[in-house]
Design a protein around this ligand. Structure first.
Ligand SMILES: NC(=O)c1ccc[n+]([C@@H]2O[C@H](COP(=O)([O-])OP(=O)(O)OC[C@H]3O[C@@H](n4cnc5c(N)ncnc54)[C@H](O)[C@@H]3O)[C@@H](O)[C@H]2O)c1
Length: 386
């Protein structure tokens, strides 16, 4: 009997069953032969499964990650596979921006974007061979829409697929934010009062996961129709002030800045824990909290990526992962479940294939995943699950 040492990257790769099947097909069909793809998406083991699928399809890859979430073992692995990587595990926006620019400067034929970072640079510095590509997130779509005329090329938005909405945003983000609260703090959720800001797809799953874990969950959403939905789903929907005042745990997952700021300091309950699940680290104004004159001192749990802010009135509160996406921050960040990412990344691979083949034109600039791709990916997943 032979024993092999397998890594996390192997585990994840073997768990991504749809991507494995797509990879085997791409080895035969080579949709990206002669093309390069620039990517700006979290560099962690699940992304490796996607990038290996694109490599199998003949692509040359130039990659960077997102702020704070780059995993060094992933970078080493990708480089060992001949992928060009411009990424370090940084929380410095300027350093991250230089990496993004390096990817665009390589003039890739296709871009796989997450948060609109790469396309925003390409809109400012257009180059002739850019065919289009994909955008992963809600935040990216919102950011790129005003640049539509400048971009004028097919950009398929993965987030707008119903599959991404329910498989990842609703079910997986909720599970992994809940898992991250436990992983960071090792504290229970039973009997805790949890306030979730934002009741979009991600917020719905987050609220449900904490409720299923025996917390009393309040929801705050600025859209009264969405807040009504939360109310009818059985969540408490107090006014914002009361929702903050009562919370043992506050989770932001809106996609917008300054959801909880230092102006809320008088409301925060002693011992409250603040965490963010939204794409950008701007939903909790961490810098504003740290600098506020009411903060007497900050206790940093360096290896656990937590901090306790002690107020001069004797209260304290905690911030997890510096306000970065908690499910990709802190010790051993796992991110969303493998199955959800296998689905979302197979949509990515199929959408990039479509753009590469020239089967979608500039009229498809910032549009959802084509319905036939959704149907094919859903059928393939169900076939594997039966
Ligand atoms: N952590 C992850 O792994 C992960 C995965 C997918 C998406 N995301 C990110 O999560 C965020 C939310 O995504 P979504 O798909 O749920 O978006 P969404 O647009 O479906 O929902 C956002 C909700 O927030 C509400 N909102 C906006 N401003 C608010 C405010 N000031 N106070 C309270 N509510 C407010 C909106 O009304 C909306 O209902 C985005 O930034 C997205 O990129 C994170």
């Amino acid at each position: 009997m032979m024993n092999n040492t397998a890594t996390r990257i192997d585990w994840i790769g073997n768990s991504c069953r749809l991507l494995k099947a797509t990879s085997a097909e791409f080895e035969r069909t080579r949709p990206f032969a002669g093309l390069s793809i620039g990517t700006g998406i979290h560099l962690e083991p699940k992304t490796v499964a996607l990038l290996m699928t694109l490599l199998a399809g003949g692509a040359k890859l130039v990659c960077t990650g997102n702020l704070n979430s780059t995993q060094p073992a992933t970078v080493d692995y990708l480089q060992s596979q001949g992928v060009t990587v411009f990424a370090t595990q940084t929380t410095d926006p300027a350093e991250h921006h230089r990496n993004l620019e390096a990817v665009v400067d390589a003039r890739p034929d296709l871009l796989l974007d997450n948060g609109g970072d790469l396309f925003a640079i390409a809109a400012e510095r257009p180059y002739a061979n850019l065919l289009g590509g994909t955008e992963e997130t809600t935040s990216g779509r919102t950011r790129l829409l005003p640049m539509r005329e400048k971009l004028n090329m097919p950009i398929l938005v993965i987030n707008d697929s119903p599959i991404k909405q329910f498989a990842e945003n609703k079910h997986a983000v909720g599970q992994s934010l809940f898992e991250s609260y436990m992983r960071f703090t090792n504290r229970s959720t039973n009997g805790k009062r949890v306030t979730v800001f934002g009741y979009g797809a991600c917020g719905r799953g987050t609220a449900a996961c904490f409720r299923n874990a025996f917390s009393t969950v309040s929801v705050v959403d600025i859209d009264p129709v969405t807040a009504l939905e939360a109310h009818l789903d059985g969540f408490v929907t107090p006014r914002r002030e009361e929702a903050i005042r009562s919370a043992d745990v506050l989770v932001t997952v809106t996609g917008f800045p300054d959801i909880v700021t230092a102006a809320d300091l008088p409301l925060l309950k002693d011992g409250a824990i603040l965490m963010n699940g939204g794409h950008f680290p701007w939903e909790i104004d961490v810098a504003g909290f740290r600098a506020h004159s009411d903060v007497a001192h900050i206790e940093r749990y360096e290896t656990d990526a937590m901090e306790a802010l002690h107020l001069s009135d004797g209260r304290k509160f905690h911030i997890l992962g510096g306000g970065h996406m908690a499910n990709l921050a802190g010790p051993r960040p796992l991110g969303n479940s493998v199955e959800s990412m296998d689905l979302g990344f197979t949509l990515q691979a199929r959408c990039l294939e479509r753009v590469a083949k020239g089967e979608v034109g500039a009229e498809c600039c910032i549009v959802p995943v084509p319905k036939d791709i959704d149907a094919a990916v859903a059928s393939a997943y169900l076939d594997l699950a039966r």
